[in-house]
Design a protein around this ligand. Sequence first.
Ligand code: HEC
Ligand code: HEC
Length: 364
Amino acid sequence: MRDSDVKKAFLGGAVVISMTVGAVVSYASKPAENVVQDTDGEAITLEAGHESLGKWRFPAEIPAPEDNAITAERVELGKKLFFDPRLSRDGNMSCASCHSPMFGWSDALPTARGFRSERLERATPTIFNTGYNPIQMWDGRKPTLEAQAMGPMEASSEMNMDLPRLFKWLNTNPGYRAEFARAYPGESIDANTVSKAIATYERTIVSKDSPFDRWVAGDKSALTPQEVRGFAVFIDPNKGNCSVCHSGPNFTDNGFHNLGLPSWGDPNPDVGRFAQKAIGKMKGAFKTPTVREAAATAPYFHDGSAETLEQLVEHYNKGGVVKTNLSPNMKELSLNAEEKAALVAFMRSLSSPATPVAFPTLPN
Ligand code: HEC
Ligand code: HEC
């Protein structure tokens, strides 16, 4: 399901066949103008609240592992840890230094700046809605938020923390001791509980109340006609073809694809997923990110190569730049100016109302 380009290519073939049949049928009875056959081959009615929009509705609750249910105490503790720079060697870098609420839980940089400002290889992805994803990191090397959380603290290129020193400090800090006792009674303060608390906080960083969501729920006035038009371009295999990869309510298939970015042509390019799974198709393939909150998370792509959504759309319109090992779902789109503008307007409609984030007061 995840390393999905091969299967998707095959499914793509199936879609083409069923579309041809659809075209024959529609010759006799022309389909209504507000119906689009999407990248799954399903007829989607572009009408606020229509039942065919069901696959863009989030489940009521964000999934959490059995041994780490979301509680108020865990969220509060996790938030403190997420914002606490004392979790880094120099005492000046927290998770929020790179995943900042000021920049859509990212850093507004082409690629991240790590320990002592060293430039890292890859862009900082947003934390928004990572709780919905069954796989983490650009190359999918972490299965869960819990498994991910200690990584940046330990990494010499990031927070570069001495972990034994960290746990010793947390265990002697009265404020943190009390918080851990409330959040995880009977458990010790170690990598396990630190990870669980941070993961729990991340699960509360959710974007699911955008104009698009309100339109899916039935509010006709939530989207402009241009934004609805952009949604149609997004899901139409003969227009944007975007939803072939950016599928479902979180706009990701959690799969890996090579988009033919300019950096793929570098002498020693980042091979992405291939380093985790040595299948030829995965060379230069990266995880499909959410499109939600894209208006707040420029620049785009793992190498930060698109500065604006307009530039990003141009990349797709060209069908990629470096065409070796390109995903079979990347093709020249020939979108006109009106369609490109609509696509960008649609992506901008995936932003939830800004909710101010209060800094936590950290235990002394
Ligand atoms: C120096 C900047 C930096 C810091 C500090 C940092 N991150 Fe990240 N984060 C990144 C980058 C860059 C990536 C992508 C790396 C990759 O995929 O190889 C990432 C990826 C992630 C992801 C995966 C998201 C996804 O969609 O796949 C999560 C979750 C995450 N970080 C959480 C954290 C937490 C929790 C902390 C603090 C313990 C933290 N980060 C600290 C830069 C940073
Ligand atoms: C073949 C699968 C595929 C198709 C088709 C596709 N995308 Fe993507 N999209 C991805 C992947 C994979 C990435 C990350 C690639 C990378 O950084 O190397 C991405 C990145 C993005 C991002 C950047 C998110 C970020 O945080 O950096 C946006 C926005 C986006 N796509 C929108 C679109 C739009 C709009 C379309 C249609 C015109 C589209 N995508 C078509 C797979 C796809």
